[in-house]
Design a protein. Structure first.
Length: 335
């Protein structure tokens, strides 16, 4: 039975704001490899421990006048924005999924994407723990979507029947990966990046091994990682510089696992277009030099949220652009 909107939407918004408060902790601590649990929340300037009423999402920021109650240090607007955006994203996911189990996976993935967006903006780092959280949400999304009758995923019964051979295939793939790793252990003069690629390849191989059990997660994850590994390799070959960081590659794999192949490709295209447009605009406004690095993670995370929350809208927009392009070059009648 559906919950009344007057109860559901405020409750979901408050839950999202609380999740955003935790995401703020992750944004501040994960780039410095610090625990997100201990020590308890405190002012980073004076070290004073914050009380419960000082941690109330949105409200405490406004009530305190954007300043620490103990030392008067200004508090960044980023804390307020993260909580507000996460709250709104949770409501949008609820609107898309309704009262179904898969909304839990959508919330987890969306919260991780908000964390990636602001962490990469602040520190130019995509923490592995946020990517792992997104991957866990993607894995959880499979059985939850199947239980909700999602047509693109296998049923729980067929998933359980395929579990034994999937585990066998996974163990075999991991054994091959372990042997390959031993053969290319890093040594003096060898780039450590090669070992990182090998680890990524092992993860993709393990996902492919269970592809028949969780098809969209495995195929989408492999496709996402492959596309960005290819972009990274071509950038190094053609321009002698990294076009994508390894964090972007991992994030693309997580996006593909959650959104599936089609959703992943649409979100990648949106991220590339918006990233290019913003980059050109910043250069024209002289806010950025031509060869200055622009973090791509925020564009990937934002496009993933669009693909997650308005999947049909993004697909329809892409199809409309494609049809207009065909009409512009005179091929509209040929396709």
């Amino acid at each position: 039975m559906a919950l009344p909107g007057a109860i559901a939407y405020p409750a979901v918004f408050i839950l999202g704001c609380a999740a955003g408060s935790f995401i703020n902790v992750c944004i501040y601590r994960l780039p410095h490899d610090r625990s997100v649990v201990t020590p308890p929340s405190h002012c980073p300037q004076c070290g004073a421990r914050l009380g419960a009423w000082e941690l109330a999402p949105l409200v405490s920021f406004l009530a305190l006048g954007r300043k620490c109650r103990h030392c008067g240090t200004p508090i960044s607007w980023r804390y307020f924005l993260v909580e507000l955006i996460t709250g709104l994203v949770f409501v949008a996911a609820w609107e898309t999924c309704g009262l179904q189990g898969r909304v839990i996976a959508s919330w987890g993935f969306a919260a991780a994407m908000v964390g990636v967006l602001f962490t990469d903006l602040d520190h130019m780092i995509i923490p592995d723990k946020l990517v792992v959280a997104a991957l866990l949400a993607a894995v959880l999304n499979g059985p939850l979507s199947a239980s909700a009758g999602h047509p693109e995923l296998v049923t729980l019964r067929s998933w359980s029947l395929a579990l034994s051979p999937a585990l066998g295939a996974t163990l075999a793939g991991l054994a091959v990966f372990a042997l390959a790793r031993d053969a290319v252990r890093p040594c003096p003069g060898r780039s450590p990046d090669k070992l990182a690629y090998l680890k990524l390849g092992g993860a993709v191989a393990a996902a492919a091994a269970v592809g028949f059990a969780l098809p969209w997660a495995a195929v989408g994850g492999a496709l996402g990682a492959f596309v960005f590994v290819l972009i990274r390799a071509l950038s190094q070959l053609l321009f002698r510089r990294e076009g994508m960081g390894l964090g972007d590659v991992k994030l693309a794999g997580a996006m593909g696992a959650m959104l599936g192949p089609g959703g992943a490709l649409l979100s990648f295209g949106l991220a590339i277009l918006t990233g290019a447009a913003v980059g050109v605009l910043l250069i024209l406004l002289r806010l950025r030099r031509r060869m200055e690095y622009l973090p791509f993670g925020p564009f990937l995370a934002a496009s993933a949220l669009v693909a997650l929350l308005v999947p049909h809208g993004l697909a329809n927009a892409a199809n409309a652009v494609y049809l207009r392009w065909l009409a512009a070059i005179g091929l509209s009648t040929a396709f």
